[in-house]
Design a protein around this ligand. Structure first.
Ligand code: R2B
Ligand code: URA
Length: 311
């Protein structure tokens, strides 16, 4: 639907757009991988107040994020277990506290793309407005100290191009991967204010896989030399790439298509110029994984405080 044709579009609030003329013809829309649907759930009542959606790979991490943000916002309920809203399925997990929704997306572009189709429809059916979506994740850094948080400027593919390609009906469709630059700058500023860990802004390379796709030497297969790997990572660095992960490009493309303000905030778990294996202890890696959550919680708190002052 064109933004101008949407009667719900108020002068200063933006809705979540779907671009599918067939959706209106559906009696009920079943969000299969969430175990939710328009015929079975009152989506506006359940989700109409959502303003921030935080997405990340692991269900456990997204539950931990919900507990953390609830405490940070002073919304924690000591008796609450934060039930998984998607309990009817084990594909994704979803938690909600106040205006913050946390959703897991699994690993890789196909997994996050399926989740995003259903998330965008959910937000649309729930008549949500002014929603910000942030991926809080992990990545491999290029020349960064482990624990550094990278706020993505632009998501690049494995050939260092800022695009996401999808084959639809046998034809390659190219989407751009622009993220909201002002949101990225605000998040960088939050990292500076917190001053608890290094935060940088830079390009993120999104690959099809964790091993050969990211020039690792420790996969089941390796069809290149260590010299080739070093040369590739050097070229990536020269293209402004600071970190590598496997979801950001389709995330950026789909959020842009639906008019969602979006950002990617990932911690670097290791420096890929120094190695491939994640050899730090579980405690150290868990500590690093909290960095994007701390930063994004700070951002959400600031936004809610500013809104409270204005209203
Ligand atoms: C980063 O870490 C995960 C793989 O270990 C994947 O979800 C990603 O993008
Ligand atoms: N996630 C990735 O995709 N790559 C890494 O090296 C670490 C986490």
């Amino acid at each position: 639907m064109n933004p101008k044709d949407d009667k719900r579009t108020a002068s200063c609030s933006s809705t979540v757009f779907v671009h599918n003329p067939y959706l209106d013809g559906l009696k009920d829309d079943i969000l299969y991988h969430f175990g939710l649907g328009t015929g079975t759930h009152d989506l506006p009542a359940m989700f109409g107040d959502v303003k921030f959606v935080c997405v990340g790979g692991s269900p456990r991490r997204m539950k931990a994020f919900t507990e953390y943000i609830a405490a940070e916002l002073g919304m924690e309920d000591p008796k609450s277990e934060y039930p998984n809203i998607c309990a009817g399925t084990d594909r994704y997990a979803m938690y909600k506290v106040g205006p913050v929704l946390s959703v897991s997306h699994g690993m890789g572009m196909p997994s996050i793309a399926i989740m995003l189709h259903e998330l965008i429809k959910l937000l649309h059916h729930a008549h949500c407005t002014d929603v910000t979506v942030i991926r809080v994740g992990t990545s491999g850094g290029i020349g960064l100290e482990p624990g550094t948080v990278v706020v993505t400027k632009q998501s690049m593919d494995a050939t260092f191009q800022p695009k996401f390609e999808q084959v639809i009906l046998g034809k390659t469709v190219v989407h751009d991967t622009d993220l909201d630059q002002s949101l990225a700058e605000e998040l960088l500023q939050c990292g500076k204010e917190l001053n608890q860990f290094e935060t940088v802004i830079g390009n993120t390379m999104c690959t099809l896989d964790f091993y050969e796709g990211q020039a690792r030497l420790d996969g089941a297969f390796c069809s290149y030399t260590e010299e080739d790997k070093k040369d590739y990572l050097k070229k990536a660095s020269e293209a402004g790439i600071c970190n590598i992960e496997i979801e950001s490009s389709v995330f950026a493309a789909m959020c842009k298509l639906s008019g969602l303000r979006a950002a990617v905030v990932c911690v670097a778990l290791l420096d890929r110029l120094k190695g491939d294996q994640l050899s730090s202890s579980h405690e150290v890696l868990s500590g690093y994984q909290k960095h994007p959550q701390i930063l994004v919680a700070h951002y959400i708190k600031k936004q809610l405080k500013a809104k409270a002052v204005c209203s």
